[in-house]
Design a protein. Structure first.
Length: 128
């Protein structure tokens, strides 16, 4: 298996995330990868990089929350890009299970497509 780039893995993670959000009835699902802003693409690629460094679902969610808050987003009852509100801007353990699933899905997708030697390094980092 060839090693995929962070951007290639980010495309896979993002596509799965969009599809899952549509299934959940997201009122404002993200655009397809090629229509995203560079900043948004970079955000997803940073999550991939974090996973490759051994970060788990709760940790990548906390990183996402911190980044969204730096961009001016705040906790709200509904996702509203115009008002920059999002109901998932809370600690991971306070999310509904279906929202936690999105972060676990991202981790599992990245791990699935990692070459065995890289996967072993990630698993060892998680145990440390």
């Amino acid at each position: 298996m060839r090693k995929m780039t962070d951007e290639e893995l980010a495309r896979i993670v993002h596509s799965a995330h969009v599809a899952y959000n549509i299934i959940l009835g997201d009122n404002a699902p993200d655009s397809p990868w090629d229509a995203l802003s560079f900043r948004h693409q970079e955000q997803v690629a940073r999550r991939v990089k974090s996973i490759r460094q051994g970060h788990g679902a709760a940790q990548i969610h906390a990183e996402w929350v911190d980044e969204m808050k730096r961009w001016g987003w705040k906790l709200g009852d509904v996702k509203d890009p115009a008002k920059k509100t999002h109901p998932c801007l809370r600690p991971y353990d306070e999310l509904p299970p279906e929202q936690q699933d999105k972060d676990r899905m991202a981790v599992n997708l990245v791990l699935t497509f990692m070459p065995p030697e890289e996967l072993m390094n990630v698993m060892m980092a998680r145990e440390a």
